[in-house]
Design a protein around this ligand. Structure first.
Ligand code: C2O
Ligand code: CU
Length: 518
């Protein structure tokens, strides 16, 4: 498939400079989303099915224009319809501008680490199954590192991914969590990890024995090969509070020092210690360290005034199964998910074209600023009005350059769990996060308005909240959704339409002539 070319051309070591506009051909039935690339004023190639385009039919062809603006660092691309991204994904590496370099000591070499998830069954069978029964999808059969499950699975240890490193060298790992439904811990035996960037934005370096990475997120990290020359395992395993996640599975790869002439897999090196699968404190302990690098060359632009405040619950819910049917969700219902109690349903014509061509009846503009009821969101039983969401295609319209603050509040409906929320088209500053109900008096004074991290995916902790802020400076149609794929499928999504500004440079570019037909 041609799509993989982007991984080789872009990730394989060629310089991609800022302001570069690159054309990439995509064939066939996928829509590819450049996760995190802003696509400034050009949502036409952003990718999510039925949000910014209709699917490219099998055998059809569509040329996506990938427009890089100020991005620098690690992003990625993936298919964005149904669950095709299970296998269709790759790294996008954007080097510093010509004549500039990293804000940290230059690494000797760089390695992309793509964490993934694998099912033995046909993925389309899997989705058809769980959508029809309303149940939780079957957990995956393996986690993978660069496509390989590693030595602990009863298969392919010959294929285990291996990094060869010379003694005393420094590696830049570009870690991407491309897994479908699982937040992951990642660590390397005896090698502390210094985190230097996340979501293509530099942060103040900090060193830990392990990282926590959400689906959708990227983490750049430095590792020094300063141990005794030997074989060392890298490993990733689930962080989750949900019983439906395979928490007992560990994927491994190998860091092997040059000159060590043995077959690492056969001597089974010992595993690095990782926090327990449900260790929320360890998770918060890690994510709370993310702080933007506020050096002169990397100025921050944190909106201090807010013109639009949104408080949105992110919930798992359940819906009636339908007449004469039995579903396999809780109490024979089917599982759903929502933001502000609206379970988003994809329209038949993509939102972008409906907006651009004024096609009526495709979407509503009533995504609410508040949930229908404010309650103790951490309580197990909540009022019925919050249990059953409204199934609808509601978007939020924003004026150009509005400054938006969104408090995302996790709830304990059906079950509390962490939600990695992702926004297309813009990165946002993460001002704060906490467990329990958001407190409108106590939380804002604790916000970090000095060096908040700039991210495109942020974890809303289990039964907790996270506050993000951004300036709506990218006119277009931008999907927001939980990057846990089952939650996306169930409707934990909405769409922001950022209107054109007055100046021509503040307006959406015209569509290409060959948008795939709906
Ligand atoms: Cu990684 Cu909607 O995207
Ligand atoms: Cu979620």
């Amino acid at each position: 498939m041609r799509a993989s070319e982007i991984s080789h051309n872009v990730g394989g070591g060629k310089d991609i400079h800022k302001a570069l506009q690159q054309e990439v051909d995509f064939d066939g039935e996928r829509k590819i989303s450049r996760h995190g690339v802003k696509q400034l004023r050009y949502p036409w190639s952003d990718g999510p099915a039925y949000v910014t385009q209709c699917p490219i039919q099998p055998g059809a062809k569509f040329t996506q224009r990938v427009i890089f603006s100020a991005e620098e660092g690690t992003l990625w691309w993936h298919a964005h319809n149904d669950w095709a991204r299970t296998t269709v994904y790759g790294a996008i590496v954007i080097y510093p501008n010509m004549g500039t370099t990293y804000p940290f000591p230059k690494p000797d070499f760089e390695v992309p680490i793509l964490l993934g998830e694998w099912w033995n069954v046909d993925i389309y069978e899997l989705i058809r199954g769980f959508v029809a029964t309303g149940a939780i999808p079957n957990p995956s059969d393996a986690f993978t590192i660069n496509g390989q499950p590693g030595d602990l699975y009863p298969c392919s240890s010959a294929g285990t991914y291996k990094v060869n490193v010379k003694n005393r060298k420094t590696i830049l790992l570009r870690i991407i969590n491309a897994a479908m439904n699982v937040i992951l811990w990642f660590s390397i035996k005896n090698h502390p990890i210094t985190v230097v960037a996340t979501d293509a934005s530099y942060i103040k370096p900090f060193t830990r024995a392990y990282v926590l990475i959400s689906p959708g997120q990227t983490i750049d990290a430095l590792v020094h090969a300063d141990q005794l020359p030997n074989c060392y395992y890298m490993a990733a395993r689930a962080y989750s509070t949900s019983p439906s996640i395979p928490f007992d599975k560990t994927t491994t790869a190998i860091l092997q020092y040059v000159g060590v002439h043995k077959n690492c897999s056969s001597i089974s090196p010992s595993l690095p210690a990782l926090p327990l699968y449900s260790d929320t404190n360890a998770a918060l302990n890690f994510t709370n360290n993310l702080r933007s690098l506020d050096k002169q060359d990397y100025p921050l632009d944190i909106p201090l005034e807010v013109t639009r405040r949104i408080f949105s619950t992110v919930s798992l819910n359940s819906l009636p199964c339908g007449a004469n049917r039995k579903c396999e969700g809780p109490n024979e219902t089917r599982l759903a998910a929502s933001m502000n109690n609206i379970s988003f349903i994809l329209p038949r014509i993509d939102v972008l074209e409906a907006y651009h061509y004024h096609i009526k009846g495709v979407f509503g503009t009533r995504f609410p600023d508040f949930p229908p009821l404010v309650f103790d969101f951490t309580a197990k039983y909540e009022p019925l009005i919050l249990e059953i969401p409204r199934v609808s295609t509601q978007v939020k319209i924003l004026d150009y350059n509005e400054t938006v603050e969104i408090v995302l509040q996790g709830t304990n409906l059906v079950s509390g769990i962490d939600h990695p929320m992702h926004l297309h088209g813009q990165s946002f500053y993460v001002l704060g996060s906490g467990l329990g109900n958001f407190d409108e008096y106590k939380a804002p004074p604790t916000y970090n308005l000095v060096d908040p991290p700039l991210q495109n995916t942020v974890l809303v902790p289990i039964n907790g909240w996270t506050t993000i802020r951004f300036r709506a400076s990218n006119p277009g149609v931008w999907f927001m959704h939980c990057h846990i794929e089952s939650h996306l499928t169930w409707g934990m999504d909405t769409v922001f339409i950022v209107k054109d500004g007055e100046e021509p440079e503040a307006q959406m570019l015209p569509p290409p002539p060959d948008m795939p037909p709906c």
